[in-house]
Design a protein around this ligand. Structure first.
Ligand SMILES: [Zn+2]
Length: 116
């Protein structure tokens, strides 16, 4: 890995059982993957936009290396935002890729002396 690149984990988000029945349209095993900035959905398998709205804020952090003490590094099960629904969503790291900074931004790296 060069000093102009960084690592991102590829993720899989999968519907798993909780302690209550599902209320929403989730099906066990429904899933999507996150690779770089893109979400890859299974063909002909819908995914709830409400569940997606609860998951989206977490995904960029889960893609990055984390301090092992950080809760974000250890908590992988997310609840459906419908409080009556038993669905849970498991976020797993399924791979890692090296990303060139220039493929993600046109903002130049600041001089390290400017990092204060
Ligand atoms: Zn639900």
């Amino acid at each position: 890995m060069s000093n102009s690149s960084f690592e991102l984990f590829d993720l899989k988000v999968e519907v798993i059982e909780g302690e209550k029945p599902f209320v929403c349209s989730h099906k066990l095993g429904d899933a999507f993957e996150v690779r770089g900035e893109n979400l890859h959905f299974m063909s002909d398998r819908p995914f709830s936009m409400y569940a997606l709205s609860a998951l989206l804020p977490l995904l960029p952090a889960k893609q990055r290396p984390l301090n092992p003490i950080d809760w974000m590094a250890t908590d992988h099960i997310i609840a459906c935002p419908d409080p009556h629904c038993g669905a849970r969503f498991k976020i797993s790291r399924i791979g890692k890729q090296v990303v060139e900074r220039s493929d993600t931004t046109i903002v130049p790296l600041p001089d390290t002396n400017d990092w204060t």
